[in-house]
Design a protein around this ligand. Sequence first.
Ligand code: PLP
Length: 291
Amino acid sequence: MSEPRKSTNRPAGNVRAWVNGERVDPTAPSIAAVDHGITVGDGVFETCKVIDGVPFALQRHARRLDRSMAGLGLAAADHKVIAAGIKAVLAGEPIAYGRLRYTVTGGTGPLGSDRDSSPLTYIVTAGPDRPNPDSGKLVVVPWTRNERSATAGLKTTSYAENVVALAYAKERGGVEAAFANSVGDLCEGTGSNVFVVVDGEILTPDLASGPLAGVTRELVIEWCREEGLTVRAEPLPMSILTKAQEVFITSTVKDVMAVHAIDDRPLPAPGPVTAQVVEIFTRRSRERLDP
Ligand SMILES: Cc1ncc(COP(=O)(O)O)c(C=O)c1O
């Protein structure tokens, strides 16, 4: 494998990067200035958890990438190319706990929203992460998700809306934001799905409510059902957050995280049902690295 090109600006830190077939310095220029992923956010990405150098649930992430590419109307990604990038960034000293992120964009394009027929751009990065706290506060944000948007449910690189909402939540002591959708139903967080527990039942917004089909959400639903818990995905009014006895969020980098407050409303964290979900998820995810 060739050595990454050296940057003349700030150090690469712990992130390993690979772009279109080459290991690169993550802070050095390696993407065209007119890449459509940069100019208009015309790209998709996936983030996988890495444990002891091995990525978790790779196949589910690959399937979601395919859905996101198709949803944007981009050509199908070449998974052999992505696999080569993953191998390159995970080679060497194993990352004990971290994240792998791969991005595929429409490639170079015009300055506007039109596309030309240039080849796709592939970017693969990986680096260590700090483990998450066991619980956190959820802050309801004043902006809505549009469940009828052309990109609803797609994991596109147009994430500025999430950047703004997460900053709003963090300024208020939160670990994550909660979005309503355009009809006032609960949707999701900036990078996680939301579950509530009402009278012993686990409820989460259905996909028609506009959330991303989280890989962790999918596994929680499947595994909890297999273990006899009631889990329903359905439209949930925002007022559910004021009556839920427990709330938890799920994501690749957070796994299952208990919510100890929603805005000023304290909650038990973890409540008994959430503790059961954490136990099921922890046990089942250790059994198979690519469930
Ligand atoms: C908007 C959004 N919702 C939900 C999730 C959770 O999905 P996953 O469990 O696949 O990480 C993510 C994280 O990637 C996300 O970006």
